[in-house]
Structure formats: structure tokens, C-alpha cells
Design a protein. Structure first.
Length: 233
């Protein structure tokens, strides 16, 4: 479960730059719930929440709780808490916190932007590297991709804050497909990652939602998320 969305992060207090004017077209708030499957079997539930946090800052959280199988038996859960500012239509990273909890081996990662430097703490291992304008992190990456697709992009490249450096990740619309998930049936576009890691696929209905209606992570356990409900407070 801890690799479902393949992200790293950290919640650290920062000195923020002056907040830019938020474009009216970018998402302001929503709640999306998913069912989580492994090898086709339901094992948990996920909730994504976007909300304004004041001063031009937004908070984006992702919480996954194991409800069946080994995930439930181990009390497994993950939480990710991102803070960002909209720079144009890009959710530029400010901070990110990741926690994996289970009866076996808990894990924590943090990432924070301090001025022009990114500082990372990966389970006690510290790294730092230069910040790049427009950098997102792994939690907000699917949101950034959804907004790009809504704006008509057929491919997109993002600067993603990793553990030790900014990574360039590239995605491309590969096909139009009919998709059925608990939230309904959709005419969707399938997006594939096209750089070195090709184990990621996501399906979007970009005219409807800025988040995936389905997401598949083939590496690290064959996890899948399927949209159950989407609402705007």
C-alpha cells in the first residue's frame, strides 16, 4: 500500500513567498473517495481532500486505510499531507508529509521548500537540493496532470521533487477508453508514464474531474484505485 501513489513528503513550517493571485480555473476544493484494490481484490479505502488553507496556500491530503486482507490485519494505513500554491495552473510544492503505519515497519518521509532549497528527511536520512520553479511532488502530481489534461494537453512533463533531486517525469495520452468504476461509466483518456518508470497508468475524465477516475500502479504490489464519489463542498 505504501507505494500506491509513489510519493515522498514532509510537513515543516516554512517562510512562504507572497501569495500569487489564484486563477479562477484551478480547483479550489473537493473531496474524492476511492476503493483500493490489490491484484483485483478490495483491500481499503482512500480519501483525497483539497481545501484552501489561507494566504494563497492550499492543503491536499490523501488518506488510505486498510479494510480487508493483510492490510486490515496489520492495521496498515498511509497519510500524505501536501501544501502548495497555485503558480498559473501548476500546484507548486511548499511542503509534503508521508506516513506509513502498520504493525510491522512504519515509515515516514518529509519534504519542504525553504527559499531556493528543498530539504528531505527520508526515515532519518537527510538530503537537500536546489528548488526548481514549478516543482510539484508525488502527492499532487496526479492533480497537476488532471489540470493539464483539462486544459487540452496531450502530453506533459513535470518537475517532481524526489528524495535526492528534482526528477523530470513525462506523461502522454495513450488512448480513449470506456471505463466503469463505482462512481459510474465514463468516456476516459488513458495516460501512461513514458520516461524510465512505465509502471503507472491513469484514466481521467478531464471535463468532469481534475483527479483520476482510475489509477494503476503495477510495481510494488499491483495496486489500483477506482473512484467511488467526487463532491465539491
Amino acid at each position: 500500500m505504501k507505494t500506491t501513489l509513489r510519493r515522498a513528503g514532509l510537513a515543516i513550517a516554512l517562510a512562504l513567498p507572497a501569495a500569487p493571485t489564484v486563477a479562477a480555473a484551478v480547483p479550489q476544493s473537493f473531496i474524492a473517495t476511492y476503493r483500493v484494490l490489490q491484484y483485483g481484490q478490495p483491500i481499503g479505502n482512500a480519501t483525497l481532500t483539497l481545501r484552501p488553507a489561507g494566504g494563497g496556500l492550499f492543503e491536499y491530503t490523501d488518506k488510505i486505510v486498510g479494510t480487508a486482507g493483510l492490510a486490515a490485519a496489520l492495521g496498515a494505513s498511509t497519510s500524505e499531507d501536501s501544501r502548495f500554491i497555485w503558480i498559473g495552473h501548476t500546484p507548486q510544492a511548499v511542503s509534503y508529509a508521508y506516513a506509513f503505519v502498520s504493525a510491522l515497519k512504519p515509515r515516514n518521509r518529509t519534504l519542504a521548500v525553504h527559499g531556493t532549497t528543498v530539504q528531505v528527511n527520508d526515515n532519518g536520512k537527510h538530503h537537500s537540493y536546489p528548488m526548481q520553479p514549478g516543482m510539484v511532488e508525488r502527492n499532487t502530481l496526479p492533480l497537476a496532470l488532471g489540470v493539464a489534461l483539462r486544459d487540452g494537453a496531450k502530453s506533459a512533463t513535470f518537475r517532481v521533487g524526489g528524495n535526492q533531486a528534482v526528477e523530470m517525469q513525462t506523461f502522454k495520452v495513450a488512448a480513449s477508453e470506456k471505463i466503469s468504476v463505482p462512481a459510474g461509466s465514463f468516456s476516459a483518456v488513458r495516460v501512461d508514464r513514458t520516461d524510465q518508470d512505465r509502471a503507472f497508468n491513469a484514466w481521467y475524465a478531464p471535463a468532469k474531474y481534475p483527479v483520476p477516475i482510475k489509477l494503476a500502479q503495477k510495481g510494488g504490489g499491483n495496486f489500483m484505485l477506482e473512484l467511488v464519489r467526487y463532491s465539491q463542498p
